[in-house]
Design a binder for this molecule. Sequence first.
Ligand code: SF4
Length: 257
Amino acid sequence: MPSLPLFPEAPAGLSAKALRAHERLCAEYGCPIPWFRAQDPLSELVSALLSHRTRNASTGAAFRQLRARFPTWEAVRDAPCVEVQEAIAEVTWPEQKAPRIQQVLRRITERRGGDLSLDFLGELPVREARDWLEQLPGVGPKSSAATLLFSRLRKPALPVDSHHHRVAVRLGLIPESTAVGPAHRLLEEQLPPDWDAQRVYDNHEALMLHGQRCCFFREPACQRCVVLDLCPTGQARLASQQGSNPVGDTEEENPRP
Ligand code: SF4
């Protein structure tokens, strides 16, 4: 017997669905969505390394303390590791992140012949720039995409966070078994290749916001969801809720006076 296909829909169908979901969610969350910052790409990479499993407020506080304590990234690179660890104490696992950040800064310096900057990535095609970053220790697809998209380079690379990933799985854009890392390439391939950074950013932000405001981890609010008609998960949930409490089951068919 032939095995079931991994995807219920062909890639072209998935792209069409991804675009319909994008348009619907953009209308809901107000695209174009304003950029939240425009720092240099090296600072953005350090922010990404700090942010793993850490709240945004704590990541921001640790980043500011790092910048206040050390005047340059060279100074962070060359400082005693314990001082970097103290500066980023607000994030989770500072004892692991401090040596990792210093290792990354040293590696960039080596690969760039002594220049500690990532501005040169602006001259490279997106795929090449991502590959360059992902050869650094501890830098995966999410950090590479965030460095290129969120920094002042504004390159169209799609980051996928846990909210974005959850919404994409529930919509059926990617199989449930796809981890966040491999999801990057699958979801990026569903977007038109000529999209600029703003549209790629809108896509990421709109799906992320939907995960934060409607498609919650535990109890998604499917009954008020603007992409319910595209979502097999939401339709199945509502159908099973109706099945366990069918409309009219509290009323008698022929009520007596
Ligand atoms: S219908 Fe429900 S599960 Fe589907 S995207 Fe909307 S909130 Fe999430």
